[in-house]
Design a protein around this ligand. Structure first.
Ligand code: ADP
Ligand code: MG
Length: 297
């Protein structure tokens, strides 16, 4: 098999910050993203794409909330699977369209992907990831009383549900993804960080209301399918040290030990570059050849 690459891109690349998130907006953004991938595919690389779903799953949770008196709200793991389907569909369609224009008949397919987590992961005792709509303090207290959700005040914008963000342990669909890659198919997998499931006491997999960081899930996917390279596409062309300061310096190629040192020095904040650098480092520490963090262009 030729060289394989796992490419992760943010949910913000699909719905940009100032956009409403209409399907048409998503399609335009995805088309642009896909046109950046054609050369890699035509040069014989086997691609697995993975994507975030923050804005999109947030919208599904808002719909759940507004319609709960008419149709039952679905658990968060089901909402994540919904976004894998709808975003997967759009990526499949647009990537196929740009490939066909380039005379490349390459199949593209989306895999609904479950990711194994450990129910004993300390993240379940300490939910940190805000999801869904904003509420008033009173509404938030009622929701906690009624459903047991953990609600926090989110940066002065209102109250929000927080859910656990456990570590990904294994991509359960890894064999199926591997066969598809071997057969020359471009695969879209582990969207939104994957659907978190755990093995219960009876040996059954069960979905759990949590979200897995998409960059950490991406590096697990890259390890599990034996990819050579793991790529994270985001809003900057280079990772920097002293980011946003006078002394900012863009990094080029670095080693794992340099990366770990910069990380310890606090150059990569938890909500943004932190999980990306952690994912990039984990991939190479666990046998990957290289990780790349850059912009789609
Ligand atoms: P995504 O939506 O792709 O997951 P995020 O906005 O969460 O992206 O994180 C990427 C952003 O982190 C960059 O666009 C940049 O604004 C910011 N950032 C924070 N620290 C750094 C750093 N040390 N080097 C480069 N960018 C950084
Ligand atoms: Mg992010």
């Amino acid at each position: 098999m030729g060289k394989s690459i796992v490419i992760a891109f943010g949910g913000n690349a699909i719905t940009k910050e100032n956009q409403k998130g209409t399907f048409q907006e998503q399609v335009v953004n995805i088309k642009e993203m896909c046109s950046n991938l054609v050369d890699l595919i035509k040069n014989g690389y086997h691609l697995v794409l993975t994507h975030g779903n923050g804005p999109q799953v947030g919208n599904i949770l808002i719909k759940n909330e507004l319609s709960k008196s008419i149709v039952p709200a679905m658990p968060l793991d089901v909402c994540v699977s919904n976004t894998q389907g709808s975003l997967g569909y759009a990526i499949q369609q647009e990537l196929t369209n740009v490939l066909v224009k380039d005379k490349a008949q390459i199949p593209v397919v989306t895999v609904v992907t479950r990711v194994k987590v450990d129910i004993a992961d300390p993240a379940f005792q300490n939910p940190t990831k805000p999801v869904g709509p904003f509420y008033s303090e009173n509404e938030a207290k009622n929701i906690t009383a009624e459903k047991g959700y953990v609600m926090i005040e989110d940066s002065g914008r209102g109250w929000r549900r927080v859910v656990p963000s456990p570590l990904p342990l294994e991509i359960l669909e890894k064999e199926a993804i591997h066969y598809l890659l071997e057969g020359g198919t471009v695969v879209i997998a582990a969207g939104g960080g994957g659907i978190p499931v755990y093995l219960d006491d009876n040996g059954n997999y069960t979905g759990v209301e949590a979200v897995i960081d998409k960059d950490l899930a991406g590096q697990q996917l890259a390890r599990d399918v034996g990819a050579e390279t793991f790529v994270i596409l985001t809003g900057v062309s280079h990772v920097a040290i002293n980011y946003g300061k006078e002394s900012q310096k863009e990094l080029d190629t670095i080693t794992v030990s340099e990366g770990r040192r910069y990380q310890q020095e606090g150059h990569f904040p938890p909500g943004s570059m932190g999980p990306k650098m952690e994912a990039a480092l984990l991939f190479v520490e666990n046998g990957g050849h290289k990780s790349i963090i850059t912009s789609p262009e």
